[in-house]
Each structure stands twice: as structure tokens, then as C-alpha cells.
Design a protein around this ligand. Structure first.
Ligand code: SIN
Length: 288
């Protein structure tokens, strides 16, 4: 196995490993070490079947069955979802705009996902990139004063908060359904990674406000922190190749899928995820 950094802030490419086959215990342990060091791992040229994709995911924990998004599942495989602009039964796919805002997968729940593995099955001629930001760097580069202030803050994560015209016009029926099935949750703004012990910033464009603060009071600091975290120096932009598989750690990385491609061409991705550790609590009533 060889490992080569993809960028200065985040990511590494792993070569010399066929992930379509079961891993040895030693390879698995080595991969986990590289994952913790680089936060995202890229494996190129892996023609993964859904079964192989799910089996590889299980090296890193329990595969999630996407109970919150049953419509996104790959038929016959509850552990896999499709993220695509392909039409499904003659209709536009419900997943065609998934991931447009900066986010961490299922951060708006009390069981945010540990990691995700995205595989590229079909690509437009150019574009359809995904960006990843290193949230350890985002935290460690703040001033001591700001770090101390954030220590006691919690933030309200709400999946609907990121549905703005900035990325995609919200569909009122979808928003109403999410309001019932995915109520907002409160998470500490700083999160300690359970395996590396490193502290990171845990927020994104899915945060609506700080707990105990009004939206207006929260907005300037939220905007500052999101812009700080996603500055180019902390970001890796992945240009997909066919049969790339990319694993990221949702506990210390946020990501965003870009709409930077010709929408008449097909982009087809398959994603699995790893069940995370329970954290956070239902969000209390907003401050008046
Ligand atoms: C996601 O946010 O899980 C999808 C990312 C992508 O399609 O690039």
C-alpha cells in the first residue's frame, strides 16, 4: 500500500490496494491509521459492485441503512444510496441536488454519521466536483480568545437551514415533510474526535443559530466561522474520475457537492455511510 497526499490541508490517495476484495487485518489497521491522519482517502480505478462497496465500508464500522432517506436507497441495498441526476421512472431523481451546501452527513440528528464512502459510476464531461474542508484546521487556526468563547456554545443544526435560493430553490412539500421527520438538534460547537482526541469545529451551512441566541445575533459569527472553515487553504476540491471511491470522516470534515456541470449529462454516484456515535440533544425553543 502506498499513500500520497492529495493536497496540503487534507486528503491522501491510496494505491496498491484492491478494495473490491476483502482486506487483511493488517491492511485494515493501516488504512484506519491513514484515515485518521489524512481525513479523506481516495482509491482510484475500483469497479465496485454494490456488495463490494458495502463490504469495504464495513471495515470502518457498521454500515448505515439510511432509515431517514428511504427514497434515496439503491433498490435491494438499504446500505447504499444513489446521488444522481439520472431520471427515475421518468421523473427527475429526488437526489439530484443532494449535498449542495457545506455540511457533514446527518449532522442535523443525534446520530450523525461517522464517515461516508462515495463511488463514481458515471461522470459528466467536465465538473461535478466535490469539496472537502478540514475542520481540525478550522478550529486550530482560530485565536485563543475565539476558541475559549466557542467552548461553551451549542449550535442548532437544521437540515432545512441550508435550503436557500443560494444553491437550490426549496420545494415546500419536501420542506414540510422534513420539518416533521427531522426536527433540529443542538450540538456543541467544538467536538472532540473519539479516536484521535483532536478538537474540531462542528458547524456548517446547516446551522441556523447558537442555542440561547436569536437568529440575528447568531448570523454574523456563523457566517464568519463558515467562511473561515471553508477558506481555500483548508479545502481540497476533488475532480472525479470514473470508479473513484472516496472515504471521508464526517466528524472532522465538511463537504459540498458542486453543481458545476452540464445538467443534460449524467452524474451517478453511489454512497454508503458508517453509523456514528450518539451526540447532541433535541434543540430547545429558539430565543425570542
Ligand atoms: C453528499 O453530500 O453525500 C454527496 C456528495 C456528492 O455528490 O459529491
Amino acid at each position: 500500500m502506498q499513500v500520497r497526499r492529495l493536497s496540503f490541508p487534507i486528503g491522501a490517495e491510496v494505491t496498491g490496494l484492491d478494495i473490491t476484495r476483502p482486506l487483511s487485518g493488517a491492511d485494515r489497521e493501516e488504512l484506519v491509521r491513514h484515515w485518521h491522519e489524512h481525513l479523506i482517502l481516495l482509491f482510484r480505478g475500483q469497479p465496485l459492485t454494490p456488495q463490494q462497496h458495502i463490504a469495504f465500508t464495513r471495515n470502518f464500522g457498521e454500515a448505515d441503512t439510511h432509515e431517514a432517506n428511504p427514497d434515496f436507497r439503491l433498490p435491494g441495498y438499504p446500505e447504499a444510496i444513489e446521488v444522481t441526476n439520472r431520471t427515475v421512472h421518468g421523473k427527475p431523481s429526488a437526489t439530484r441536488e443532494v449535498g449542495r451546501a457545506w455540511h457533514s452527513d446527518m449532522e442535523h440528528t443525534i446520530l450523525p454519521l461517522k464517515g461516508s464512502l462515495l463511488w463514481c459510476g458515471e461522470l459528466p464531461g467536465v465538473g461535478g466536483d466535490t469539496m472537502f474542508a478540514n475542520m481540525y484546521e478550522a478550529y486550530e487556526s482560530l485565536s485563543p480568545g475565539m476558541r475559549a468563547m466557542l467552548e461553551s456554545l451549542e449550535a442548532e443544526h437544521d437540515v432545512i437551514a441550508s435550503f436557500s435560493d443560494k444553491y437550490v430553490a426549496p420545494d415546500p412539500a419536501h420542506v414540510a415533510r422534513l420539518r416533521l421527520t427531522a426536527p433540529p438538534v443542538a450540538h456543541p460547537v467544538l467536538r472532540v474526535h473519539p479516536e484521535t482526541g483532536r478538537k474540531s469545529l462542528f458547524l456548517s451551512e446547516r446551522v441556523r443559530r447558537f442555542i440561547g441566541f436569536t437568529d440575528a445575533e447568531s448570523a454574523p459569527l456563523l457566517r464568519y466561522l463558515c467562511e473561515h472553515a471553508t477558506q481555500p487553504e483548508f479545502v481540497y476540491r476533488h475532480q472525479w474520475q470514473l470508479h473513484d471511491a472516496l472515504l471521508w470522516d464526517n466528524r472532522c470534515v465538511i463537504h459540498q457537492a458542486l453543481a458545476d456541470y452540464d445538467r443534460s449529462q449524467v452524474r451517478y454516484m453511489r454512497r454508503t455511510s458508517i453509523v456514528g456515535e450518539p451526540c447532541g440533544r433535541p434543540a430547545p425553543q429558539a430565543a425570542a
